[in-house]
Design a protein around this ligand. Structure first.
Ligand SMILES: *Cc1c(COP(=O)(O)O)cnc(C)c1O
Length: 734
């Protein structure tokens, strides 16, 4: 809350000083705040919208555009005067304006000025910016969202390119058997802060991508994310065939043909959109293989503009291209057969003057291997001079995985480095924690989020105060859980007793463990059930109670994943465990935010080394929760023995069943011998001193290193500047 706020008692008198503000002017200020997603990572602006109508705010999925559309300027003005919002609205509006104008004093202006006239073009198939904008499904999208928010904060010249999905990913519901069902809901464009992107003559932009089967059209939307423009391509336009109008309506929906057509629009259409916008990027950053057709269109442009050969253009374009790979799981790498490739890239291939075999060779590890499918990761690696994985361990795994692309090199010299993922601190930090940091880390701490020194002052925070703040967040989480679980019961028409039980489910003083992620089998959500009797014993210990909150979606086609969900959701019928384990439906950014801000412990137990990085645990760190995780992904480089808990010793197992058994045993052992005792070891004031010390260790050692500010600065230093400058050294980040 701002210091200049007028106390409610004085509101009547002070209202008069604002009579010169017309309702329309006030409304306009709120409206312009709602048109830039900047509001979403400023809690003081979020609370402005919430205060206009807290109930509708929640019902409308925290969407300020629809909220304002429901209100007249007079209603807004009335409400603003009741709630004394004038000063806050004016301040927020001024801050946004200052933010947009402040471009000279940023880190980016100092360190990445050369990118100014030739920005980074950041391509991603999904962007997770806020729960009200349905163009993401999970980790990859949230990472892209955090990347562009930090790029905005640091003042990096960067534009982003994605697809506009009006239905997005699905809404998840579980039926009374615990089985997942998927529902797709249309989002109307007028309910989002997007507008048609325009060319220099002010004309809305539509791009055309040729295929052998006819042209594919896409219009281009603009969404403002702080200082970063995000351009979204949308195939729902006149001129497309009915089935093509739906091409971009769902994220990861449809078959393999839908997928290649979406990726064609994203990559080739995306480059054409940049050209129509008069944007000439100095760097093309392909975030995952989905957009890896993009460099082919850039090569075509270079050949046409400069009259150079395909080979020369390829060398030049690769120099300016950065590719990030995100998973070692084979199914996570798109592969297409030659027929689909020719249908969709045939026209471009002809313009490039290359043969079908040459084109296919770009997507194959063995260019001549006729039966080898065309892989988007392979072409991404071949058309970029700098490539990276997303954690140190993932770098190692990726170099091994793709070593056949460079058969003449030893493994350490495979040119895939790593830049470990991080999270956008202001988006994930709870407001009460932010206020605590404001007091202890100094007023300027948010400007130095990526600097480890900033976070050393966490040790100065009064332990009682830190614990109390954490408990405020935990009780908020439990309120949220109870509301959601009782709503789930009501929807399934369960009896009044169940609904009533849901209203008081979980114990605010019990050790609360959260687990939320995609329900892919390698993430082993049911690992704790492998020793169910030992587990039941722990959970029934009335002196040291523990409880679990689960959430997560399975891909609609993933039956084993759905079975995992069912197994866990149905534990609510188990007489021993039922009241201690809840499943929250429809994991999204909103559910995620509540969970990572309020849990004591965040559990993650994937099969090493399949978790490339993971970021949810990094969000937990910021809010004082402790990670309890397999030494995989980011945690393998983060854990130091005193800043959380580890499962296993960082070993891989050839025999997965044996590995699962060992990890399950170790999970139970660490929980019983370390996590629970430390949490319940209280001093005379009732404070878990050693636990709180671990919270401080966690924040002090991890918050800066695993922030998206640090991540984006690394991309600038180790990839963007080199790619833009055309220097020829290879990425050496490992
Ligand atoms: C942060 C986040 C993720 C990614 O977290 P993982 O640790 O990779 O699972 C996925 N979904 C949502 C909604 C998130 O907020």
């Amino acid at each position: 809350m701002s210091q200049t706020e007028i106390p409610p008692a004085a509101s009547k008198a002070s209202r008069d000083t604002w009579t010169e503000v017309s309702p329309q002017a006030l409304y306009d200020k709120l409206f312009s705040l709602s048109r830039n997603l900047w509001w979403s990572w400023h809690p003081e602006v979020v609370s402005l919208f919430r205060d206009l109508d807290p109930v509708r705010w929640r019902q409308l999925d925290h969407n300020p555009v629809t909220l304002l559309a429901e209100m007249t300027p007079d209603q807004v003005s009335q409400r603003a005067s009741e709630m004394v919002l004038y000063t806050r609205i004016n301040q927020a509006h001024r801050r946004l304006k200052e933010y947009l104008n402040e471009t000279q004093s940023t880190w980016g202006a100092r360190e990445a000025g050369v990118l100014g006239s030739m920005p980074v073009a950041y391509f991603s198939a999904e962007f997770g910016i806020h729960e009200s904008v349905p163009i993401y499904s999970g980790g990859l999208g949230v990472l892209s969202g955090d990347h562009i928010k930090s790029a905005s904060g640091l003042g990096i010249p960067l534009v982003a390119i994605g697809l506009f999905y009006d239905q997005g990913y699905f809404k998840q519901q579980l039926d009374s058997e615990g089985w997942q069902s998927e529902e797709y809901i249309d989002t109307k464009v007028e309910n989002l802060a997007i507008e048609p992107a325009r060319d220099k003559h002010g004309k809305p932009i539509t791009v055309t991508v040729e295929t052998l089967d006819g042209p594919l059209l896409a219009k281009v939307w603009l969404m403002r994310v702080g200082r970063v423009p995000l351009y979204l391509l949308d195939c729902d336009v006149d001129g497309n065939r009915p089935e093509d109008r739906e091409l971009t309506s769902r994220l990861y929906g449809g078959d393999v043909r839908t997928r290649i057509r979406q990726e064609l629009v994203l990559g080739v259409g995306g480059v054409k959109a940049l050209r129509a916008l008069d944007i000439y990027p100095g760097v093309y950053h392909l975030n995952e293989g989905h957009s890896a057709f993009a460099p082919l269109e850039v090569i075509r442009e270079r050949m046409e503009d400069n009259g150079i050969s395909f080979d020369d253009a390829l060398r030049d374009v690769a120099q300016h291209t950065v590719f990030t790979t995100h998973t070692p799981v084979p199914a996570g790498h798109d592969r297409f057969d030659g027929k689909l490739i020719e249908e969709h890239l045939g026209p471009l291939r002809q313009k490039l003057g290359i043969s079908y075999e040459q084109l296919m060779g770009l997507g194959r590890v063995e260019p001549q291997a006729e039966h080898e499918l065309f892989c988007m990761t392979v072409i991404g690696l071949k058309l970029s001079r700098r490539a990276n994985a997303v954690s140190s361990l993932h770098g190692y795994v990726s170099r091994r995985m793709w070593s056949n692309l460079w058969p003449w090199r030893v493994e350490e010299e495979i040119p895939i480095g790593h830049i470990t993922n991080g999270v956008h601190v202001p988006s994930w930090l709870a407001h009460p924690m932010q206020m605590l940091y404001d007091r202890y880390l100094g007023p300027e701490w948010q400007r130095q989020m990526g600097d480890s020194k900033t976070w050393q002052k966490v040790y100065d925070i009064d332990t009682g105060e830190l614990w109390e703040t954490h408990n405020v967040l935990k009780s908020r989480l439990l309120e949220f859980v109870r509301r959601r679980v009782s709503r789930q019961c009501r929807r399934r028409n369960e009896d009044e007793a169940s609904v009533e039980a849901a209203r008081t489910v979980l114990d605010p003083s019990a050790l609360t463990i959260g687990f939320a992620r995609r329900f892919a089998t390698y993430k082993r959500a049911d690992l704790f059930l492998k020793n169910i009797d030992q587990f039941a014993e722990l959970i029934e210990d009335v002196n040291h109670p523990i409880q679990f909150i689960f959430a997560g979606k399975a891909h609609p086609a993933d039956e084993p994943g759905k079975k995992l969900i069912q197994g866990i959701a149905n534990l609510r019928h188990d007489s021993r465990l039922g009241s201690k384990i809840v499943f929250i439906e429809d994991y999204d950014i909103n559910v995620g935010r509540h969970l990572i801000q309020g849990v004591d412990v965040w559990l993650n137990n994937p099969r090493r080394p399949l978790e490339a990085s993971g970021t949810s645990g990094q969000k937990v760190v910021l809010n004082g929760g402790l990670n309890f995780s397999i030494l995989d992904g980011w945690w393998a480089e983060a854990f130091n023995g005193r800043n959380g808990f580890a499962i296993g010793r960082g070993m891989q197992h050839v025999d997965t069943a044996l590995g699962d058994e060992r990890d399950a045993d170790d999970l139970m052992r660490v929980l019983r011998e370390e996590v629970i005792p430390l949490f319940y070891d209280r001093d005379v004031d009732g404070l878990p001193k050693l636990w709180i010390a671990r919270m401080q260790n966690s924040i002090a050692t991890l918050a800066a290193r695993f922030s998206a500010h640090r991540m984006v600065m690394d991309y600038v230093k180790h990839a963007y500047l080199i790619a833009a400058g055309g220097l020829s050294s290879e990425m050496n980040m490992s």
